[in-house]
Design a protein around this ligand. Structure first.
Ligand code: DGY
Length: 325
């Protein structure tokens, strides 16, 4: 069968597809495909492995009648119209779990880097600003025994919470759509309202999916309820915080610092004022970017396609409704 992949695919996954006898075409140019290009290509394909911000909407599914399966190489599926895929009877899969530890590592890294102004101070050496020892300069804040607030306590949030508890003895509070009894048991996490999360967190780390409910949720009103000493971390999706409101909160000492692995838009402009603030650290959406995790994601994405083209149920189905679930 013919499989199209919107990026150069890690070898571990590519080999599986070839060993299963499929013909693979990769989009190897260093740019995103336009939706017209994606549709023109996918019209004749049996399967799509989608990597990057490809809009998989009603127009796409209506135009690509030959497609039998879509496999996303990501855990997030905010670029997918689930209802449109289901209406077109196309099963779609994602790559959960395998990236939880790597993504939580980045949230943890950002938290520590922000608390010690690490990226800003690294840049100050490059700029020739390391002069003499001043006991009052370059001061960060400590994390020991502080309160970690997790917004979206699923697999990634749980990994972040475990690290923070083990390293800094942090208390964990969280806000979710539903209480997570397993996590409460495992790490003694306490469920709080959204307002309590904002008011009580010393570090507030966002791990929830992007949805109608979470889009723009961290806005001026939300930041105004946070502690002036607090750190805001987002490794989920940039659309969940309002960037102008975040900048305003940082510039006016409404919150202390921010660590972002996701921005809105991506890429972030190189002259964005957030990049020049002492207690802000920004990374270019690298949550799952380790050799081990990207290989695991590619293998999972390939296995999903292979299973589906063999007529089996997708192991990591996003829209179980296509199977009448
Ligand atoms: C994911 O897997 O959702 C990552 O954020 C990459 O988009």
């Amino acid at each position: 069968m013919n499989i199209f992949i919107t990026r150069k695919f890690p070898d571990a996954g590519l080999q599986l597809l070839k060993d299963a006898g499929h013909t693979v075409t990769e989009h190897t140019e260093q740019r995103n495909l336009t939706q017209d290009e994606l549709i023109a290509t996918c019209k004749t394909q049996d399967a799509l492995i989608s990597i990057g911000p490809n809009k998989l909407n009603d127009t796409f599914f209506k135009a690509c009648g030959n497609l039998k399966v879509v496999s996303l190489m990501s855990v997030g599926y905010d670029n997918l119209d689930v209802a449109a895929a289901t209406k077109a009877k196309i099963p779609v899969s994602n790559t959960p779990d395998v990236l939880s530890k790597a993504t939580a590592d980045v949230a943890f890294l950002l938290m520590i880097a922000v608390s010690r102004k690490a990226f800003y101070l690294h840049q100050s050496i490059i700029d020739g600003d390391w002069d003499f020892y001043d006991p009052n300069a370059n001061l960060g804040i400590e994390l020991y025994n502080k309160t970690l607030g997790i917004f979206g306590l699923g697999k990634i949030g749980l990994e972040m919470a475990k690290k923070c508890k083990a390293a800094y003895g942090m208390d964990v509070i969280y806000h979710n759509r539903h209480q997570n009894a397993e996590a409460e048991e495992e790490i003694d996490a306490k469920y709080v309202s959204f307002d309590e999360l904002l008011q009580q967190s010393d570090v507030l780390s966002v791990h929830a999916n992007l949805s109608k409910e979470t889009k723009g949720l961290f806005n001026k009103d939300a930041f105004s309820k946070m502690k002036p000493t607090s750190i805001f971390i987002n490794t989920a999706r940039g659309e969940e915080h309002n960037e102008a409101d975040l900048l305003h909160a940082l510039q006016n000492n409404i919150i202390w610092g921010a660590g972002l692995d996701v921005t809105n838009p991506e890429p972030m402009a190189k002259d964005n004022p957030l990049l020049f603030m002492p207690s802000v650290c920004v990374l270019p959406h690298i949550g799952s970017a380790t050799v081990e995790t990207r290989n695991a994601m590619a293998v999972m994405a390939a296995q999903n396609v292979i299973a589906s083209l063999q007529g089996e149920k997708l192991p990591n189905i996003v829209n179980g409704e296509v199977y009448g679930e």
